[in-house]
Design a protein around this ligand. Sequence first.
Ligand code: ADP
Length: 613
Amino acid sequence: MRIKYNLPKIKFKSLRRIFKHFGGHLKKHKFRLVVGSASLLGVTFLSLLRPWPLKIVFDYILIKNNKIDTDSIMSFMYDLKTNEVLFIAAAGILLIAVVRGLLTYTYGIYSKIIGHNLVANIRMQLFSHVQRLPLSYHDYRETGELMTRMTSDISLLQDLLVSMVINLASQIVLIIGMFGIMFWLDWELAVIALAALPFFALAAVKFSFMIKDSARKQRLMYGKIVASVQETFAGISQVKTYSQEKRRERFIGRSIEKDTTANVKTARLTANYARVVDIITAVGMCAVLWVGTQKAIVNEISPGDLLIFLAYLRGIYRPLKTVAQLSTKIAKATVRGEKTIELLEMEPEVLEKEDGLSAKEIKGDIEFKSVNFSYIQEQKILNDFSCKIPKNKTTIIFGPTGAGKSTIAKLILRLYNVSNGTITVDGEKIEDYKIRSLRKRISPLAQETFLCRTTIAENIAFSKTKASIEQITEAAKLAGAHEFIQNFSEGYETLVGEGGLTLSGGQRQKISFARAAMRKSPIMIFHEPATGLDVHAEKEAKEILFRLKQERTMLVITHRINFLSLADWVIFVKDGKMIEQGTPQELFEKDGEFKKFFAIDEKMLKDHFSLLN
Ligand code: ADP
């Protein structure tokens, strides 16, 4: 496969936008930023000075007789004693090393302090922002993608803001400085040295693309290995049951083999790269040495100057490589940085509308009036949907899977906004309430109980920070969970969730019932309360719901007719439309679609009314 050589393009407009957006975070660190940048500039300057003590030894001690440097500012050294000049050179080496070390340290520490603070600030800002984005955003994002935004993207952004740009500038200054000095010493030799530059650049571009391509393949293979291993161990019982061990081994073996090949290729390319660079450097140095020595013989340059040329030429490859690497990194970080800005600029939910109504006293008289709603444009989920959910009654929304039942619950919680039509709670439009206040009065029970990695007591108290153990026990009793919790050796302090005790489906369900009971909210929504339960557990769940239904608006969403005995009010939904609504008795008498759909017979009716009496 041919590799495309796309050179990285730094978008300066985007770069400016990123600095403008996050620059505020840097303001607090002005002092550190200035001192850090000045230190880096100092390091660059001292790097340029590094070969000079050697020149001093050559020109003013070893080959002193030539005296070709008489008009330089250092010519006073011709008149000094050997030991004195030697002292200057040695002190120079030492001083350069000490000061350079100190400045490198200052820059390193300051850039890290600024960087870590920056990451903390941006991460916090991003986290709290993303949490507040509407559910419609989260529906279409994978958790992995958000994790990348929160971790590696922010690290890249930090490097971009704190070190990449400053570093690039310092490396460019270093390269210009080296050539500046070379031209100042002897322009002809400088031109010869400059001629090596395109070859360096060519090698850098060619090899870095090939290495990158090979490393990408290696990463891909590595990812495959990790995924296969994970998959195998996650389903190890299935692998064993179906005697698939050998096949899995062969499968993973192939990926491991390919990964090894890619690894070796990357290593070979890297080694080759170093070899080519060494050869180019050597050729350049040969040319400079050849011409330079001739010039030194006829006293056009001093031997010390020739030494500086050779030292610079040997050292110039490193900043050149850094510039190439940094340009790629900056281009990549700029793209990621822009994505972070886009995310931060997304409109969050307004949880606390200033003049919003408080839902503190609501009873739960809910009404949908000609509501239209779609998750994705042009895909109507609720179509001219109207219904009544009376307060202090138990309403069951029946309907086949995909009818739009859960969507109704999500709209009541205002997780999404309706396209048109209105939803009212106690006669007030749902949009007029403060979202947080409204959600506080509704206990939604999801199909899947989400357990946090903590004690059972804290899982029951989930939404209440200050709950007494008495309140928790009372809720657990109401939800029929007290008995099994007590049977655990650590009772309410038993750890559950990831890394803790695994609960059965029925037990999880009861914990979530207890969680709802704990909240004592005027509106409770139960979503498919029988999911994953056996007949016995389902019956128990029904009894618990009976206990919970006192004095509150209860909404049960289900496609299972068994829950009918709970209902004071029934809404039958199909294809996003309200087909029928009324008391169970009204719907039975009507002999309409609801009755037909569930093939309700005399026995069911009898059961329903016997439970009511
Ligand atoms: P029910 O609860 O009656 O089974 P839902 O309200 O969950 O039905 O779903 C109704 C329709 O909306 C289905 O066709 C479903 O695919 C679609 N739907 C549900 N949630 C989303 C979503 N977040 N994004 C896009 N479509 C969705």
